[in-house]
Design a protein around this ligand. Structure first.
Ligand SMILES: CC(C)(COP(=O)(O)OP(=O)(O)OC[C@H]1O[C@@H](n2cnc3c(N)ncnc32)[C@H](O)[C@@H]1OP(=O)(O)O)[C@@H](O)C(=O)NCCC(=O)NCCS
Length: 163
């Protein structure tokens, strides 16, 4: 996992203004209710998703895909994999996304998530409001993860739980 964390931290720095350090990831993963899914191609970590189990929901704490591999369904497979793993164990999946992060909103909307609330930022300067988005499990058949869903570009994914 430590090797994975080096790659994860590189991706983390591509996007997040206040990126988690390796120690931040490790302290999160030491918690019993947290886990991480990593997407790996040819031994290279190209995306990750960190989640935490709440009382009646599972929160996606972080998801990011190496910018070289974006729009290749890596994020979709990570979220679908989490969905499949959590089906039957929780009522819903939830996350917070900044209002200005339209890409992520469109991504989660595409995967069936809906904005259910807005979190107002009280900072006077550069306030950053966020949306809470949720995916509620229906009683219909669970969706299965098909790695073949990944569009025909040269990517093969292994999604593993590192918790
Ligand atoms: C959001 C993110 C994880 C999506 O991962 P991805 O692997 O690029 O997304 P996918 O290829 O699986 O996209 C699945 C669908 O989501 C939608 N989507 C994804 N990115 C989109 C974008 N930038 N604009 C519009 N729609 C988008 C599309 O409908 C896409 O399907 P399509 O490509 O067939 O049209 C990735 O852009 C990322 O790492 N962003 C930076 C980190 C971040 O914002 N994390 C979320 C914080 S809450």
């Amino acid at each position: 996992m430590r090797d994975d964390l080096d790659a994860i931290c590189v991706i983390e720095k591509q996007f997040f203004e206040s990126p988690w350090s390796k120690e931040d990831f490790l302290s999160h993963l030491r918690k019993r209710d947290c886990g991480i899914l990593t997407a790996i191609q040819d031994g290279k970590t190209i995306g990750y998703l960190v989640y935490q189990r709440g009382r009646d929901f599972v929160e996606i704490k972080k998801i990011a895909v190496d910018y070289l591999y974006r729009r290749c369904s890596v994020g979709r497979v990570l979220v679908k994999s989490l969905t499949q793993r959590m089906e039957g164990t929780t009522a819903k999946l939830s996350l917070t996304v900044e209002e200005r992060n339209l890409d992520a909103q469109l991504f989660f909307q595409r995967l069936g998530y809906q904005a259910v609330a807005i979190l107002r930022d009280s900072r006077a300067e550069q306030p950053r409001d966020s949306y809470i988005m949720e995916y509620v499990f229906s009683s219909s058949e669970p969706e299965t993860v098909q790695m073949e869903d990944v569009r025909p570009c040269p990517i093969k994914l292994i999604v593993k739980n590192a918790s």
